[in-house]
Design a protein around this ligand. Structure first.
Ligand code: HAM
Length: 421
């Protein structure tokens, strides 16, 4: 396999026309997120490895198996596998005044060295938000409602929202102990990974894909049984607020999410239009120790490749792709006309008319180039037109051609292409 003409496995180029869909999704996201008071935050793609290892959890798949880590100048660096920890690293460097209640969003590439398959990439893109407001079922419901609003703005149609709680962070050890005790009698029946997980991070047993483990998990008491009444009440209130907002969410007592920084509310959103990798988005409330500070917030991230996949499966991608502005192709016969066209293009662009030209060649080859580019109009000039201060304007679809004085050209093209409107 040649490495000179293809991207790294699991990473893709995004070219036209699909890139126009991406641009539109990003534009719709910015519009929606601003309605909720979010500002964009752009953090680096490369971070210190430690930013993620502690906050995501040493025993998570992302940290144990999927990080792209490298050493440079004696420091352990990595490509960010997700957005939350980098945003919190940014917040940890600010004063409480600037971080309390901050609402940030991000759109960009993330990197996880997973086995590539449909919907699972090694470089993928997330659109995410982080809202640094203290625990409150009202805020959590608002952010989940924003998530649903965003998916609706993109035209995603019906998605299933699963909701659960990880309980308050102070009570998570009790939940783990309760689950360990409940699993003790069945330990020998679990897969090798899960036997290890019991000691390392027992919650991970709950989302094991092994059928035997799933059957055992189905018999366990739900983790909420080991939580405080306050934690259960927090979930009930969040669910009630969502109900009042008209957001349909199903409580799934086994939903734990794959990252360790969560407390209280967690959720995942899936689309039946996707295959095995059907999670479109995930989020929740979290608590993180970073840079000597403890930060709390609630947020989510949507996988943009998955959103594109759903839109394609539903046949809705084309509705969102705006065509490029109509192109005008300038044809020049002879050096004087070509030189003149170079200057004319700048005048047309000043009038917001998109245009291009060939740098030479016969009339036939220049018209062929115009056709190939999909130009809507051709403007043709030779020595005669140059001498008379006129240009021939040809409609490429109808073949109709008119001759116009040069100073009429920009207003005529603006009227015909709708430029500047
Ligand atoms: P996550 O569930 O790991 O959460 O990722 C969020 C979304 O990113 C997934 O639902 C999926 O759509 C997409 N995604 C993840 N991995 C891949 C992949 N290999 N290929 C394609 N898409 C993928 C987080 O990352 C948390 N930071 C979300 C969050 C923000 N929680 C609170 N704030």
């Amino acid at each position: 396999m040649s490495t000179a003409n293809q991207p790294v496995q699991g990473m893709s180029d995004i070219a036209a026309p699909e890139v126009r869909l991406w641009q539109r999704l990003e534009q719709l996201a910015r519009e929606t997120l601003e309605l909720y008071g979010f500002e964009e935050l752009r953090t680096p793609v490369v971070e210190f490895e430690a930013v993620f290892t502690r906050s995501l959890g040493e025993t998570t798949d992302v940290v144990q198996k999927e990080m792209y880590v490298f050493e440079k100048g004696g420091r352990r660096l990595c490509l960010r596998p997700e957005g939350t920890a980098g945003v919190m690293r940014h917040a940890a460097g600010l004063g409480a005044q600037e971080t309390d209640g901050a609402r940030w969003y991000y759109v960009g590439p993330m990197f996880r060295s997973e086995r590539p398959q449909a919907g699972r990439r090694r470089q993928f893109h997330q659109c995410g938000v982080e809202c640094l407001e203290p625990p409150s079922p009202r805020v959590d419901a608002e952010i989940l409602a924003l998530q649903v609003d965003l998916l609706r703005a993109w035209g995603l149609g019906d998605c299933e929202v699963r909701l659960n709680t990880r309980g308050e962070s102070g009570g998570q050890a009790a939940v783990a102990a309760g689950l360990r005790a409940a699993l003790a009698a069945r330990e020998a029946e679990l897969c090798d990974d899960c036997r290890r997980r019991i000691a390392e991070n027992v919650l991970r047993v709950l989302d094991c894909k092994n059928a035997g483990c799933q059957a055992i998990v189905a018999t366990l008491p739900p983790p909420t049984d080991f939580m405080s009444a306050a934690s259960r009440e927090y979930l009930a209130q969040t669910a009630a607020h969502l109900d009042a907002l008209g957001v349909k969410a199903r409580i799934d007592p086994l939903l734990v999410r794959g990252l360790d920084y969560y407390e209280h509310t967690v959720w995942e959103i899936a689309s039946s239009a996707l295959g095995a990798q059907n999670a479109v988005a995930g989020g929740g409330r979290y608590r993180m120790q970073i840079g000597g500070r403890e930060l709390v917030g609630v947020g989510f991230a949507v996988g943009l490749e998955r959103v594109v996949g759903v839109l394609q499966a539903l046949g809705r991608d084309r509705d969102l792709i705006a065509p490029p502005p109509p192109l005008v192709w300038l044809v020049g016969l002879g050096d004087a006309a070509l030189d003149g066209n170079l200057a004319l293009m700048q005048r047309l662009r000043a009038a917001k008319i998109a245009c291009r030209m060939a740098t030479g060649g016969s009339m036939k080859s220049q018209m062929r180039a115009a056709n190939k580019s999909g130009a809507a109009f051709a403007v043709i000039r030779g020595d005669d037109e140059l001498a008379q201060g006129v240009a021939a304007l040809k409609d490429m679809a109808t073949g109709e051609q008119v001759t116009l004085p040069l100073d009429r050209l920009a207003p005529e093209l603006a009227a015909r292409t709708g430029a500047g409107r």
